[in-house]
Write a protein that binds this ligand. Structure first.
Ligand SMILES: Cc1ncc(C[n+]2csc(CCOP(=O)(O)OP(=O)(O)O)c2C)c(N)n1
Length: 369
């Protein structure tokens, strides 16, 4: 199986999560070199071979789906903005694997992988990207606005940080109704400088809300590196300002993601306490489909070095070395993932355009009367 990346080297531990999980203001990741040094990936989350296979399948579906998105974009089948998640799949897969179906998920515009991992239909996602009527948002939202009521997937939001307060509202509703669901909110590291992030963390802590705030730190906001935009690169230390537990984990390691999520969901369900988690990752593509892959803001060498820690490759190697699946079985999972993407493409292609009257539905003001 080729994911476009090379085999991951063994790494020594440089950034173990803090023992008690509390942010202490000294996150060693903050000033890490371009490529992190990490302990070899170990499964400490109690998965069995079947679940590990499922985690790999989930990540591969996202990868193969988005490779087809890039192709469809080049062919003009997808228009508007389109941000690929390639390289970050261990986060979506690891997080969703620890949630219940009745939990809530809300995210920013880099949302295809998260929607797929959450269980939104690949057909409905691709149709949405193609702007077709069978899309999960009726073909009117596009890439950045995937919604799905059945899986409690609340978007897909284009304004950086704009959805973070909504997550607190959802968590408030959970608590008000005396339920024990959680609301997971994903955003990039650039959003931690937005005022709404700080206001939300303050209220989530003050009101003991069952929210889990996940910073996907891929180190760049469009073409601006975190070191040029953020006075304190230790993004998770912000939790301390709001008397909240903060953790920083290796986002390329699906088991590290799962472990951290186990603690955060328990805290949210039992104690109704929020958590801020930094998941350290890297995006393998440009910011959006209109950017070059590495651009002028990062070097090809940096990109290639980080691709050695392709999350899919790390899990593939672990499963292979444990002898759980043969090369042939691993290929089969990949072929199946490609078939899912092809099926979604065919479905989206055949789906009709939204009717012209749809211009007047799903809007706040009724202009028809
Ligand atoms: C309030 C606001 N300001 C600026 C933009 C333009 N913009 C779109 S994406 C982006 C970078 C965001 O980076 P990050 O939050 O780290 O997420 P990533 O793209 O890395 O996933 C910016 C500045 C926007 N959409 N919203």
């Amino acid at each position: 199986m080729s994911t476009g990346a090379k085999r991951a080297p063994e790494r020594k531990s440089k950034n173990e999560p803090e023992k008690d999980g509390a942010a202490n203001g000294e996150n060693p990741a903050a000033n890490a070199d371009d490529t992190e040094t990490q302990a070899p990936m170990r499964d400490t989350t109690g998965t069995d071979a079947e679940l590990r296979k499922e985690l790999l399948r989930s990540m591969l579906v996202q990868r193969r789906f988005e490779e087809r998105c890039a192709e469809a974009y080049a062919l003009g089948k997808i228009g508007g903005f389109c941000h690929l998640y390639i390289g970050q799949e261990a986060i979506s897969t690891g997080v969703m694997s620890m949630l219940r179906p009745d939990d809530y998920v809300i995210t920013a515009y880099r949302d295809h992988g998260q929607a797929l991992a959450r269980g939104v239909s690949p057909r409905a996602i691709m149709a949405e990207l193609f702007g077709k009527s069978d899309g999960c948002s009726g073909g009117k939202g596009g890439s950045m606005h995937l919604f799905d009521k059945a899986t409690n997937f609340l978007g897909g939001h284009g304004i950086v940080g704009g959805h973070i307060p909504i997550a607190a509202g959802v968590a408030f509703a959970i608590k008000y109704r005396r339920r024990n669901q959680v609301c997971v909110c994903f955003f990039g590291e650039a959003a931690v400088n937005i005022g709404a992030f700080h206001e939300t963390l303050n209220m989530a802590s003050l009101w003991d809300l069952p929210a889990i705030f996940i910073i996907e730190n891929n180190r760049y906001g469009m073409g601006t590196s975190i070191s040029r935009s953020t006075a304190n690169e230790d993004v998770v230390v912000r939790a301390k300002g709001y008397r909240m537990i903060g953790e920083s984990v290796d986002g390329q390691d699906v088991f590290a993601v799962r472990e951290c999520m186990a603690r955060a969901t328990e805290r949210a369900r039992k104690e109704k306490r929020p958590t801020l988690i930094e998941m350290r990752t890297y995006r393998f593509m440009g910011h959006s489909m209109s950017d070059a892959v590495n651009g002028t803001y990062r070097t090809k060498d940096e990109l290639e070095e980080n691709m050695k820690r392709d999350p899919i490759l790390l899990l593939h190697n672990l499963i292979h070395e444990a002898g759980e699946l043969t090369e042939g079985e691993l290929h089969k999972i990949d072929d199946d993932a490609k078939a899912v993407a092809q099926d979604a493409w065919d479905f989206a292609d055949a789906s009709p355009e939204p009717a012209a009257e749809e211009l007047y539905t799903d809007i706040l003001v009724d202009t028809t009367s």
